[in-house]
Design a protein around this ligand. Sequence first.
Ligand code: FAD
Length: 482
Amino acid sequence: MNANVRVFILNSLAMNDPQRSLTLLWFRDDLRLSDNAALKWAADHGPVIGLFIDETINRSIGAAARWWREQSLNALAQDLSFYGVPLLRRTGNPLEILPKIVSEMEVKAVTWNRRYHQPLCEVDATLKKNLRDQGIEVHSHPGFLLTEPWEVSTATGTPYKVFTPFSKAAWEVARGHAYETVKNNVPVPSHLTGPEGVELPIPEMEQPFWATTLVKECAPGEKNASEKLFDFLEHLQDYPQARDSLARSATSKLSAHLRFGEISIHRVWAETAAIDSEGTELFLKELLWRDFAWHRLYALPHMDTQNVRMQFNRFGWSWDPSEKDKLNTPSTPLIPTKADQFHEDLAAWRAGKTGIPLVDAGMRELWATGSMHNRVRMVVASFLTKNLQIHWRHGEEWFWETLVDADPASNAFNWQWAAGSGDDASPYFRIFNPVTQAKKFDPDETYIRRWVPEYGTPSYPDPIVDLKESRQIALDAYSAIK
Ligand code: FAD
């Protein structure tokens, strides 16, 4: 059944039943049923219709994250269908789409969970006003972050720029919310229901041809997110010692699930905090890094494109805006095509063919799995921005296309952290040595050999850059802008 037929069914339903008062639940980065404040609110108001919009008015989602989101939406549609709730899918501008659906289906109330990037906040604020002007009840809820950006500030009322004082201030707020939210919203409200007589088709999904390995590596959706949390918490005590080991899989792997809200961050906090383990505090702090990145983006809406520390505007990073145009087809730019050094270096970095084993292993892991270990993310980012002196935006853009967990806050924040241009960044002069890092975190080369099977054979390329020399050039360039 196509989308038009579905709308017709809902329309005729609206006209036939004067008693019903439909609530529209606009799903965004909250693709779950349990511990979902907007869903609970909607269920309390009567029959619910779900809506997801592939928004075309802002930066479009990267290819790998889009793949993940499609699977997740499919899982959500299935879960909603159990309660008789349809999930409508639209593409375009929410400022046009929502009012249209509201009037066509005679929706009486609209609800959603909040988001925190200013351009999107503005869309939501405009919609809220327009709908309320039409007499529609509109209610937004917290749920994506542990703490709202306006809840945690310095003594002078400004947002924190440094993580440690931020995390101290945010801790109690996060703790309070986690218990309160989980108590109020879990499990799925038993009275959740959709309008009667509606067909609930689950759309067929297209698999992009390059996603064949992602299919094997990733398991999107609410059920899988819960399982992952459960498995991880069984080994929480190993987290402090093992999380940096590249060969082991000791981190939670929850980032993409959290990115799309397949699991409630409050629930992750509450379930972790309930365990008395060496790993508890450290893991909760990691969750606060996510909040911190979003708080910084909330304060600095252009963090994904502009240096936070202005002095870096004078830094001589290589930068070619036309490279961006090549990104949306991640299967193509893997082979260097131009003689120019910058393009060759960037292409070699993307392809995992730099001749630096740890960098290549990380970039190939990213390509194959849509993810990369955090330590290796730091190493490849340092290598790109410092040893190759290529602008962090090229790295951010490649990660944006290829990471399943890519989001505008964590990605930009961490790239600027690695490049030295962000708040509370790793100092520019801290240049990760990929060889030393490999010795420390992959001592028997298990990780490197897993991803770079030709390592140690004649077919493995020589390094594209001398690590010592390029380090010195980077330091000299930094001295010039200090
Ligand atoms: P765990 O160690 O299990 O941590 C638990 C959770 O804490 C993560 O799932 C994540 O939500 C959060 N977290 C941990 N570290 C960070 C951090 N440094 N910044 C923000 N949140 C954190 N993470 C993303 O979610 N999306 C991105 O687009 C992203 N881009 C990155 C780019 C670079 C250059 C770097 C260095 C890091 C980036 N990270 C990003 C942060 C981090 O690498 C991933 O969150 C982590 O590797 C995910 O694995 P995990 O879920 O097993 O982490």
